[in-house]
Design a protein around this ligand. Structure first.
Ligand SMILES: Nc1ncnc2c1ncn2[C@@H]1O[C@H](COP(=O)(O)OP(=O)(O)OP(=O)(O)O)[C@@H](O)[C@H]1O
Ligand SMILES: [Mg+2]
Length: 424
């Protein structure tokens, strides 16, 4: 530079300017460089910090993800364990269902077989299981005939069973001053309806109290719960009323019995109550009204009864149902209640002297021939009940005026005949 200065002959001022400029430039350059370097360093530091925190964040994220995966895995294992458990339960359930299906299937087959028996042979149905008597001295209790337990029955409908029951009740109570219990075992509740006006205001509800007597735990207490006293015209008497819910209850009892689910013998539930020692202290006569079918109630009535009375309309068509009923019920009772006595057939709704006497005589002859075939012979009672419109509504025996007088003449005669036969 000096050579250049000397050589160029530059003046001192110029030289000084040039040197100063160079120094200043160098200083400024250094300053600028320093500034740049610091900034660069700061930026670098910042970048490093950022990179570090990014890495930390990334590590934290990875750790979080790891933890999440671990907990997800844990959940997965837990769920798998639960699934295994559920699968086991399902298998158990399937096994149980399979077993149940077999049971249901075999029960259904059994039921079908039994229902076939029922359709083919009513008596067979009620003797298809071994009997289990409610008392060891059951026959002796029937033989006591105390109280007299009379079932008014016939598998033919509309022959006057309920009318006979209602009027005999009046006869025993009012004429003989006997304490009478009427048990309605007809789900139509006909005798209950007939006696509605004789019941106190307290007994106007239509409930099938009689169900109590057919329930599994029937006892003497059930009888007190099932009976309602009658009003002042029949002050010594009581009624065990029935209504439509009896039908459903009987169906359930029948199925339970067919499948042998009840435990006890459903045929003797009423007998268990009525043959109790304490009954005769309360009642002298028990009358049972049944429907024209061999229902659970009917079979219970026959198994608890000491006597059967069979109302029938005498015409050739009625002969066959009477014989059928007798054959069925006798076959059944030979096995189930051998001491039951068939009191006889009572003719009902007999025509007036100037009407239909030929048909009536034919009917009587056919029925009498049929009755001869039973051993002992079942009699036709001497008394017959004429067809009278006044007998068709309510209890004729309790009516005023001529209607009442007519009814009392007829039912006193029938009652006296029955009294003689049962030795009351
Ligand atoms: N002696 C009679 N004279 C006129 N009508 C009568 C006589 N006896 C019953 N009836 C009437 O005949 C119908 C059938 O009588 P009842 O209800 O007594 O028969 P049932 O055998 O009990 O019938 P179900 O089989 O339906 O129980 C009733 O309307 C009844 O009032
Ligand atoms: Mg009836």
């Amino acid at each position: 530079m000096f050579e250049w200065i000397v050589a160029s002959g530059a003046d001192l001022r110029s030289i000084l300017v040039a040197v100063g400029g160079s120094i200043a430039g160098a200083i400024v350059g250094a300053i600028i460089k320093g500034v740049f370097d610091r900034r660069l360093q700061k930026r670098l530091e910042k970048l490093v910090d950022e990179a570090r925190s990014d890495r930390k964040a990334a590590i934290r994220g990875r750790e979080d993800a790891l933890r999440e995966r671990e907990s997800a895995l844990g959940e997965l294992y837990q769920r798998e364990a639960q699934n295994r458990e559920a699968r086991r339960e399902l298998e158990d359930l399937q096994r149980a269902i399979a077993a149940k299906e077999i049971t249901v299937h075999s029960e259904k087959t059994k039921l079908d077989q039994l229902l076939t028996t029922l359709r083919g042979n009513e008596a067979g149905l009620w003797t298809s299981h071994k009997k289990s008597l409610p008392f060891t001295d059951y026959n002796a209790r029937i033989d006591r005939r105390k109280p007299a337990i009379i079932v008014v029955a016939n598998n033919k409908g509309g022959v006057g069973k309920t009318t006979v029951t209602g009027n005999l009740l009046a006869y025993f109570d009012r004429r003989l001053r006997k304490r009478v219990l009427v048990i309605d075992l007809d789900y139509q509740g006909s005798v209950s309806t007939m006696l509605r006006s004789e019941q106190g205001a307290a007994v106007q509800e239509r409930r099938s109290y009689v169900n109590e007597l057919l329930s599994r735990d029937s006892s003497l207490g059930s009888l007190w719960a099932a009976t309602r006293p009658l009003g002042e015209r029949l002050a010594r008497s009581a009624l065990a009323p029935a209504f439509y819910e009896l039908a459903q209850f009987e169906d359930r009892l029948l199925v339970e019995w067919l499948l042998q689910l009840g435990g006890d013998d459903v045929r003797y539930r009423l007998a268990r109550v009525l043959l109790h020692d304490a009954i005769h202290e309360k009642y002298d006569v028990i009358l049972i009204d049944v429907p024209p079918r061999m229902t659970t109630g009917t079979i219970n009535a026959l198994c608890a009864a000491t006597h059967v009375l069979i109302p029938a309309i005498f015409n050739p068509l009625a002969a066959e149902p009477v014989e059928n009923f007798l054959r069925t019920s006798k076959a059944l009772m030979n096995e189930l209640n051998p001491r039951l006595e068939f009191l006889g057939v009572v003719e009902t709704m007999s025509p007036r002297a100037n009407e239909g006497q030929d048909v009536r005589a034919d009917g009587r002859r056919v029925i009498a021939e049929a009755l001869q075939r039973f051993n002992p012979v079942v009699p036709i009672l001497d008394t017959h009940i004429p067809r009278r419109t006044s007998f068709a509504e309510g209890i004729g025996y309790l009516k005023d005026g001529k209607d009442g007088k007519d009814a009392r003449a007829v039912f006193d005669a029938l009652g006296a005949e029955i009294k003689g036969r049962i030795g009351l």
